[in-house]
Design a protein around this ligand. Sequence first.
Ligand SMILES: NC(=O)c1ccc[n+]([C@@H]2O[C@H](COP(=O)([O-])OP(=O)(O)OC[C@H]3O[C@@H](n4cnc5c(N)ncnc54)[C@H](OP(=O)(O)O)[C@@H]3O)[C@@H](O)[C@H]2O)c1
Length: 338
Amino acid sequence: MHLKLAFIGFGNVAREFARILDHDRISLEADRALTWRVTAIATAAHGCVLSSRGIDLLEAVGVVSSGRQLTEIDGATSVASTAELIEQCDADVLFETTPLNPNDGQPAIDYIRSALSRRINVITANKGPIACKYRELRDLAKRFNVGFRFEGTVMDGTPVFNLVETCLPGTRVFGFEAILNSTTNLILTLMEDGRPFDESLSEAQLRGIAEANPDYDIDGWDAVMKAKALANVLMDAERRGTRVECEGIRGIDAGELKAARDAGFSIRVVARAVDGPESVMISVRPERVKLDSLFATIRGTSNVLVLKTDLMGEIAIVEQDPGVRQTAYALLSDLLRM
Ligand SMILES: NC(=O)c1ccc[n+]([C@@H]2O[C@H](COP(=O)([O-])OP(=O)(O)OC[C@H]3O[C@@H](n4cnc5c(N)ncnc54)[C@H](OP(=O)(O)O)[C@@H]3O)[C@@H](O)[C@H]2O)c1
């Protein structure tokens, strides 16, 4: 099968995915009969370009990484905006990896709507659209008979949505507790080891795991959006309504971490969803967790999700030390499932 691919956003995640695609080109063709060409790339500051004959992915990675314009690429035609690029790209699959907007998930939702209604399959790593408009986008994909996948939105490439969809048919998820934000978990564990807050945040940014606006990590909104995405997909929360409480880690200093440690606890940002009688209650806040608990063992960029189910009791899944590569893998796994 030969696919035409479009990229909306060409930042840390998309560029790492581009490297994987390029590296695995021969094996994907040999093992899965999959070939592709990239016909469109849209960015905010590096231009939006189309090319019917195909854009060399590694050249595009080099151009954007060195701060140049995609229009420098031979044979690439410039278009004025991302919206226009989606209208004209004629792609089979569109990868949406623009930054999180925790207020309303825009403009990513409009990009995805536009692509799905043009019968373009969509894969996103952006949790905003799943947290804000999951049901509408899912139904739109059904209506136009195209795929819509989003495994990378929560715990990167770790199977979370795929786990429930594929391996737990007939099971009802009625709640979860989790550590979902790698940036704040890395900061808290580096601070436990004596590093200052600013230096710990810089480390997360250097690894490419922090949000474009790191306040969304620090103040808890990235974790809230992930928890809402999980609750929407696994607990039908969007239909039932959600109540959200959110607290970040700005108030936590070295003294508080030491006091917790002396009392036999670590501090972790814990996300919870509880099935209430009228709505789903979602909370994200720093909590004391016992030093010998599963959650205290989740250090650095690691994440954990404990699903509470009717027929399978509790199921825990841990993602150990992920980086951008694991999110990029989610795009590949979604592409291959599609
Ligand atoms: N990084 C991670 O570890 C990770 C993990 C899980 C999920 N995610 C999610 O994946 C998405 C991408 O993350 P990232 O780390 O790759 O972000 P990033 O490095 O900030 O890249 C974002 C890309 O989107 C482009 N962009 C911004 N607004 C745009 C618009 N209106 N139209 C077209 N392109 C636009 C930017 O253009 P410029 O290059 O010109 O600025 C940039 O290329 C985010 O939603 C994030 O929440 C990230």
